[in-house]
Design a protein around this ligand. Structure first.
Ligand SMILES: Cc1cc2nc3c(=O)[nH]c(=O)nc-3n(C[C@H](O)[C@H](O)[C@H](O)COP(=O)(O)OP(=O)(O)OC[C@H]3O[C@@H](n4cnc5c(N)ncnc54)[C@H](O)[C@@H]3O)c2cc1C
Length: 218
């Protein structure tokens, strides 16, 4: 499969509600995942249905999560428990003339499937990719995990085989009869903002370029 082609949506992954907002190409799905630091993982265990937030990153055509071996979520998911991963970016509040037509602009991805454990031999590399995701170059600065730390960490991956993106990126869609109402209509854009870094007191290291540039990027 090429970087942009994708398997057709399955019965489960095909967006039906507002189907014109559904996208299945790899480039769109990868871009939404790569713009995220967190996801929500839904699954059912002996506690009942759960939806838990956790850090996420992508390696090739998999999403990855990690956690302590002691995490109930990681233990359950490592057994292949069916799971669903959701990633959402909120891009704006859509203000329509009628209360009914209000909406939100967003980019989201939903992935169905099951996680599998990343083999021990690959753990260090995929955790380096997490460092790259947080800040390119960071993997060469931070002390790498030692044998005990690696052994204490479960890393799981889920293939993007059954994945859908949904995107809304436009203004309000009012009913024709509401268009002349004297009500402000439009989009109130939202975005996650980078703020100036907060250096740890007493940290002797020089400030790397990606920290200096942190707040200058959108
Ligand atoms: C920020 C935000 C706010 C939203 N607010 C509302 C709201 O207030 N009310 C509301 O009804 N809906 C809202 N949605 C849309 C919601 O996520 C569902 O798409 C919608 O409810 C349709 O549900 P359904 O069960 O009919 O989905 P279907 O279209 O039947 O879903 C079929 C399949 O499509 C995929 N899919 C569905 N939704 C998404 C998605 N958002 N992203 C990626 N893949 C998806 C999944 O694989 C799913 O199994 C919102 C979405 C976002 C991101």
């Amino acid at each position: 499969m090429s970087a942009t082609s994708a398997p057709p949506p399955t019965e489960r992954s095909r967006v039906r509600r507002a189907e014109d907002r559904g996208h299945y190409d790899r480039a769109t799905i990868h871009a939404i995942i790569d713009a995220a630091y967190l996801c929500h993982v839904s699954f059912v265990d002996e506690r009942g249905p759960l939806c838990l937030p956790t850090a996420v990153w992508r390696v090739d055509d998999h999403v990855l999560i990690h956690g302590s071996n002691g995490s109930k979520m990681m233990k359950s998911l490592a057994q292949g428990t069916p799971a669903c991963v959701a990633i959402t970016h909120l891009d704006g509040l859509v203000m329509a003339r009628s209360a009914f037509s209000h909406s939100m602009n967003f980019r989201s991805v939903v992935i169905h499937g099951a996680f599998e454990a990343v083999p021990d031999a690959d753990k260090a590399e995929v955790l380096d990719r997490l460092m790259d995701h947080l800040a390119p170059g960071r993997r060469h600065e931070a002390r790498p995990p030692d044998r005990n730390e690696l052994a204490a960490t479960t890393v799981l991956r889920m293939p993007l085989f059954e994945a859908a993106a949904k995107i809304r990126a436009w203004g309000p869609k009012d009913k024709d009869g509401d268009l002349a109402l004297p009500v402000w209509a439009g989009v109130l854009p939202l975005r996650q903002t980078r703020l100036p870094p907060l250096a740890e007191p007493g940290c002797p290291a020089e400030t790397p370029a990606y920290v200096q540039q942190w707040a200058t990027h959108a």
